[in-house]
Design a protein around this ligand. Structure first.
Ligand code: XMP
Length: 514
């Protein structure tokens, strides 16, 4: 049980998760709960305050989510954002109406009541991000205005005695440059939080939880080579030591030199028993000639199960399987279940293992965001080079070899990909993009080399910048880098005579090609 927290009630805004992130970044533990959460679930978090998120509904519409009774009865400080603010007005004696002018985008607010702790140490003029159709037309009688904008007489309002506040704009998004301070002010100055949600505390709490769950049982943990599974393993290793065995499977669909690198880094940095399985032949022969992406994923998923079963059996009495599920995945799948936020991406980590294997799941990262996972990784002594690795899909190069998979095509892609990544590193840009890779296309094109016409493979290069992988932009890589990578690929990988660069954002494209 956390010693303190701020509960964020989700009314369906696409930004709800960001509020939780901002609180955690400010050192205060927070969780996102559905607006209809049971009181017991809330109490279990020891809340010092509540934030009501934005949302797509109109508070006055029939069936619109309403203020939970426990919020009012608890006497806790409340911050309503957008829909949350309108809900405060609607619940008390204010009023909300549809606005003739939707307000969407940047706005300038003026703070009229700088004594409010919410705006402590902030300039009187602030740039903020608005996104609302409805408008507050009358504040509840116990409230007073704190800030206004040209279009909103009540851009911020408060009842300082009750410690309830409302904001018409979104402090959680980056387009509100000082929104972080506002959220911090709410947590520390209004709710009286003490902070202390640090990497050390996170690790400590996770280790305690693992201990409680696993007891004297045996755990296996699949390493993917990515940061999540490594941090999960490190935490479980700290909690239960030799009861954990890690398994790393070389599928033959990893990047150049990756298997050796993962095994070496792991053995040098984490003192946890590791079984390295070379299953390249097994995977590649099962996939030989398969083109359909879903068929590829299915075959790979099944192979993983088979291999894990085999290894678990040879270890004997294993009861638990570790998975690196992160908090955004948890939020996303529960949000989709209750249909308050559209499910944008299906969660495609290698699934289905526990049900089929009768193992219980251990998910030490279940309440953590990616940046927290990285911080914990550093805290536990994982090397920076591992912490900042780009994510790599579970099915590996299989989903980057468009068309049939063969040994030769896997090798072509692996070599082209290695050149691209090497040049990215040479230009010092690996950390500037969040994911970069090569894709082997299922077409051949004409080229000319020396006096010969060629008919050979096409490689597409993809590099993206993104905060959360849900949306992404194509990276504006320097032309010199692209030229150098293209040149080297065509010269050094005989099977390739053309290189293209993918300049689509997500959406409408996805990051991977299949
Ligand atoms: P998309 O292509 O959906 O990718 O924009 C978003 C993120 O998910 C990764 N990805 C996968 N990860 N199995 C995985 O474990 C998969 O089948 C898979 N497909 C995409 C992708 O690399 C990116 O980081």
């Amino acid at each position: 049980m956390p010693t303190e927290s701020i509960v964020v009630l989700d009314f369906g805004s696409q930004y709800s998760q960001l509020i939780v992130r901002r609180l955690r970044e400010a050192g205060v533990y927070s969780e996102l709960l559905p607006f209809y959460a049971e009181t017991a679930a809330v109490q279990a978090l020891n809340p010092r305050g509540v934030i009501l998120s934005g949302g797509p509904a109109s508070v006055y519409a029939e069936g619109a989510p309403q203020m939970p009774a426990w919020v009012i009865e608890s006497g806790l400080p409340v911050l309503g954002i957008c829909y949350g603010m309108q809900l405060i007005a609607h619940t008390l004696d204010g009023s909300v109406e549809a606005s003739t002018k939707r307000e969407f985008g940047p706005a300038e607010i003026t703070i009229d009541h700088p004594e409010s702790p919410l705006f402590a140490a902030l300039d009187l003029q602030q740039r903020v991000w608005m996104s609302h159709g409805d408008k507050l037309t009358k504040m509840p009688s116990s409230f007073h205005p704190i800030a206004h904008s040209a279009n909103s007489p009540y851009a911020a309002m408060g009842d300082e005695e009750r410690r309830w506040y409302g904001l018409q704009f979104h402090p959680e998004v980056v387009h509100t440059p000082h929104g972080r301070e506002l959220i911090r002010n709410f947590a520390y100055r209004v709710c009286g939080c003490e902070g202390g949600w640090t990497a050390e505390a996170i690790a400590e709490q996770a280790i305690t939880r693992i201990h409680e769950q696993v007891g004297g049982g045996r755990v296996i943990c699949g390493l993917s080579g990515g940061v999540d599974s490594a941090v999960a393993a490190a935490l479980i290793g700290r909690a239960v030591g030799e009861q954990l065995t890690c398994i790393f499977v070389d599928t033959g669909l990893l990047r150049l030199g990756e298997a050796e690198q993962v095994i070496e880094t792991f053995r040098n940095n984490l003192h946890i028993p590791l079984i390295a399985v070379n299953a390249a032949e097994e995977f590649l022969s099962a996939l030989e000639g398969v083109s359909d992406p879903e068929a590829k994923r299915k075959i790979i998923g099944e192979k993983f199960i088979r291999i894990f079963e085999r290894e678990a059996e040879s270890l004997g009495d294993v009861q638990f399987l570790a998975q690196g599920t992160l908090y955004p995945d948890v939020i996303e799948s529960t949000a989709a279940d209750r249909n308050v936020a559209a499910k944008i991406k299906t969660h495609h980590n290698v699934g289905g293992l526990p049900e089929k294997m009768n193992l219980k799941l251990v998910e030490p990262l279940r309440y953590l965001f990616k940046d927290e996972v990285r911080a914990v990784g550093l805290e536990l002594g994982l090397p920076e080079s591992w912490i900042w690795r780009h994510p790599f899909p579970g099915p590996g190069l299989a989903v980057r070899i468009l068309g049939p998979i063969t040994h030769e095509r896997a090798e072509t892609l692996r070599r082209a990909d290695a050149i691209f990544l090497e040049e990215l590193r040479n230009f010092g840009l690996e950390r500037e993009v969040q994911q970069a890779f090569a894709v082997l296309l299922p077409v051949q094109s004409v080229g000319v080399m020396g006096d010969y016409r060629t008919y050979a493979d096409v490689i597409a290069l993809r590099a993206v910048t993104t905060e959360d992988f849900m949306t992404a932009d194509w990276a504006r890589l320097p032309a010199d880098l692209l030229q150098r990578a293209a040149n080297r690929i065509v010269n050094e990988v005989r099977e390739v005579n053309r290189v293209v660069y993918d300049i689509t954002s997500k959406p409408p494209a996805t990051i991977e090609w299949e």
